[in-house]
Design a protein around this ligand. Structure first.
Ligand code: 5AD
Ligand code: SF4
Length: 470
């Protein structure tokens, strides 16, 4: 690193919300004249955008900080920044545990980054606020992808699921005006974006704080009318708020992809109550039936927590039964991790690690079997793919995603990322498919914004394929 250079490297932990916040942080740094560096070693500013949803996220941050500290010892001009959920949760603890950190900012004041960096010339500069001051959409953005964009429709969460730390670190729910969302999407299309993913902790309650009634379905119809937009995804709906009007909008809006991530967390009514999820297994299954009746080919994925305090073998059997019944296309499964500021952390009957591990493995094996069966349905079908770039594992192949969000690898035929391809599915696996392209690429993105390489400027260390909660 040359000390006079202003370069940055961002490592992101956690969910899509954090990935999007990192794009804003990168945007602000670039507006200040910083350019991206390819490693922590080369960067004059190293920023960790943190997650605190499970305990291992904490541990990993402090491991990473220790490593950068050893580089900073050799490069004293280097600035270390910690932002995001863990900073919001740990506040002064970071200062005590890692006094060499130059800047700490929380989830509510992303926009303070340039000022805090300037202030840090005089000494460590820490600022955590209790409420969001500027809706992050007003900030500049350095998108990781020319053809895909995250679009935040709301921030915060008004629920109180007893395992979840998000409300404590992200605050009350606040929706963005629909007109602002639609205008942002229109601007993104002018930039070459073809697919957007709408982000909110609970997308189905979108608009309740604006108009008194949820407006998510109306938002989907409004986006369906935006000319040139090819795909809309969203994450995540809360099952309790996922209603017929949203399902109808999904079915009627051609732009909305046939995939829904519907986090169930547990199949046991007793545990769902202890988790304060406000639905039963029966009501959840009604929602699944409602989506499948309206959109027969829909892919359904979920989040499940194993080993919530007090989970008995009978409770776990209910989760296994639910998974067998729904037949998910994919599931993110998590071992319960006690979090400070959550009600479950103080509940009695925390389970021994070995019991949780054994149940976790049983659930993963069942879900893998189901995913194999679900993916096998696509064998011999022709699927429309949005090409994402060169495969990370095999440089001779490209990867793309179906509308149902399945990852497909196919031989490199010269297609550029951000364009569409029809691909015949020739082999299926639990977590991806293989295929062969059957037509010429359909160019939908202006040539200037396509490329043959996808090198994200913001490194992501997803704690799993972690979804936003709900
Ligand atoms: N322990 C384990 N998993 C958790 N999640 C949220 N909080 C916890 C916790 N304390 C999971 C939920 C949520 C996903 C994003 O992370 O399944 O949907
Ligand atoms: Fe809110 Fe989702 Fe956390 Fe529940 S799990 S408190 S809905 S963010």
């Amino acid at each position: 690193m040359k000390t006079e250079e202003r370069t940055y490297f961002i490592r992101t932990f956690g969910c899509q919300m954090n990935e999007h916040d990192s794009e804003r942080l990168a945007g602000m740094l670039e507006a200040e004249g910083y350019t991206p560096a390819s490693s922590t070693e080369d960067a004059s500013v190293v920023l960790f955008n943190t997650c605190c949803i499970r305990e291992n996220a904490d541990t990993r941050l402090y491991g990473n900080l220790g490593h950068v500290k050893s580089i900073k010892d050799r490069q004293p001009g280097k600035k270390i920044v910690v932002a995001g959920c863990l900073a919001q949760k740990d506040r002064s603890l970071i200062q005590r545990k890692a006094p060499y950190v130059d800047v700490v900012l929380g989830t509510h004041n992303l926009s303070s980054l340039p000022r805090l960096l300037r202030d840090s010339e005089a000494g460590p500069s820490f600022e955590i606020l209790e409420q969001t001051e500027t809706f992050p959409s007003a900030l500049p953005t350095r998108r990781n992808s020319p053809w895909h964009a995250w679009v935040s429709i709301s921030i915060g969460c008004n629920n109180s699921c007893t395992f979840c730390i998000v409300p404590a670190v992200r605050g009350r729910e606040e929706s963005r005006r629909m007109g602002d969302i639609v205008s942002e999407v229109e601007r993104l299309l002018d930039d070459g974006v073809v697919e957007v993913t709408l982000l909110g902790q609970n997308v189905n309650s979108y608009g309740r704080d604006l108009d008194g009634t949820p407006m998510f379905a109306r938002l989907l119809y409004a986006l369906d009318d935006v000319e040139g937009l090819m795909r809309v995804r969203f994450t995540s709906p809360h099952p309790k708020d996922f209603r017929a009007d949203s399902v109808r909008a999904m079915a009627e809006c051609g732009v909305v992809c046939e995939h829904i991530h519907l986090p169930v967390q547990s199949g046991s009514d007793r545990l769902l109550k202890r988790m304060k999820r406000s639905y039963t297994q029966g009501r959840y299954l009604d929602k699944v039936r409602m989506v499948r009746d309206a959109i027969p080919d829909v892919a359904i994925t979920t989040d499940i927590i194993v080993g919530f305090p007090g989970e008995t073998e009978a409770d776990f059997a209910q989760t296994m039964a639910l998974v067998s019944e729904v037949r998910y296309d994919g599931a993110y499964t998590f071992q319960y991790s006690p979090r400070p500021m959550t009600a479950a952390a103080d509940m009695p009957d925390h389970l021994p690690k070995e019991v949780v591990q054994e149940r976790y493995e049983r659930l993963a094996a069942l879900q893998d079997e189901i995913a194999i069966e679900r993916n096998a349905r696509h064998l011999g079908e022709t699927e429309e793919l949005l090409v994402e770039g060169i495969s990370k594992k095999d440089p001779g192949r490209l990867t793309g995603r179906t509308r149902t969000n399945k990852l497909v690898h196919f031989p490199d035929d010269g297609a550029t990322e951000g364009t569409f391809r029809n691909v015949l599915i020739t082999a299926t696996h639990p977590h991806h498919l293989e295929g062969e392209s059957v037509d010429a690429p359909v160019e939908t993105v202006p040539a200037a914004s396509t490329s043959r390489m996808s090198l994200p400027l913001v490194a992501t260390t997803a704690t799993s394929g972690c979804s936003s909660c709900s």
